[in-house]
Design a protein around this ligand. Sequence first.
Ligand code: CP3
Length: 348
Amino acid sequence: MTKPLLAALAREPLATPPVWLMRQAGRYLPEYQRVRAQAGGFLAMCHDPALAAEVTLQPVRRFGVDGAVLFSDILLPLAAMGMDLSFEEGKGPVFGSRLKDAADVDALKPVKPAEAMPYVGRALELVAAELPSHTALLGFAGAPFTLACYAVEGGHARDQHRLRTLMYREPETYHRLATKLADMVAEHLAFQVDHGAEAVVLFDTWAGELTREDYLRFCAPYSQRALESVAGRVPRMAFVRSGGHMLDDVADVGAEALALDWRVDIRDAFDRFGDRLALQGNLDPAVLLGPPEEVTRRTVALLDRVDGRPGHVLALGHGVMRWTQPEAVEAFVQAARSWTPAAAAARA
Ligand code: CP3
């Protein structure tokens, strides 16, 4: 039997939709907090295959989700390229020095994942060995544009003023950087598939800040180049946060599935893309801060709107927030398990 998540990505009809959550492993889980305290920090946990595998499996055991997403981070390959990455409490990711000019771009080391990030391959193998038969193993990477954003800004930056200055004043340097990142991501995705990833997600968290014109010029070609490395091997999902205005363009980037954020009407997206793409999403993660009954009500309403269309993967429109109660995630998953067309028809 095909795993439900993979069947949905192939747009096969299913009785109930598969479900997983972005950031399903993390600080909202007490068992994660215990491993993190033992490891001494987030990066130490990512670098230790046994611990990374353990936290990857925690939400699988607790909630029975259909996807296990490797515990890692999109920024680790930038560290492998030579950037000094740390995660500071309360501040998120910080780079000791940021990329400023062409010389900094040229100094980035090419990455051979097997040598620079062997722990990723090992963690995937450890997870694969423990995974229930219905659960699919997901690999992922950051899209070149989003990675460039962190590398040029030196960390988290909403207004992206340094990156935009580089893009518009030194487009050659930007394109050199994005090409280098695309080639790195391509290798990293292929490496994860070699080690057991059954589908991959490309996260372009910050591309939604751009106009369509800039998305087509500065993002899409590089995401496409990165995704090509695993074409035909595994289904590929493309996520753009706040990308409602450019869905037509994201739909053409080469992925088999679009991961939608919560601002998009998912039925409308099915009408536009449902005949050629699987669609993932898209409950607002903040709804999970509410009581379980409200999570159930909102999730059922979302599923009623999708109305059993083939190719739906139930997920949040972005990551689980750290203030979420595990009971809310439980209610979310259970709503998917108990949804039926007959009950939906009775509610209509
Ligand atoms: O469960 C999973 O989804 C798998 C693991 C995963 C993490 N980060 C773990 C993590 C994945 C897929 C990511 C992707 C990621 N990382 C993205 C793209 C998706 C998105 O969220 O838009 C981005 C932009 C990053 C960069 C990043 N990593 C930020 C901005 C932060 C700080 C935010 C925060 O919540 O503190 C991180 C840290 C991070 N990555 C944590 C986790 C569980 C929190 C680490 C901790 O302190 O324990």
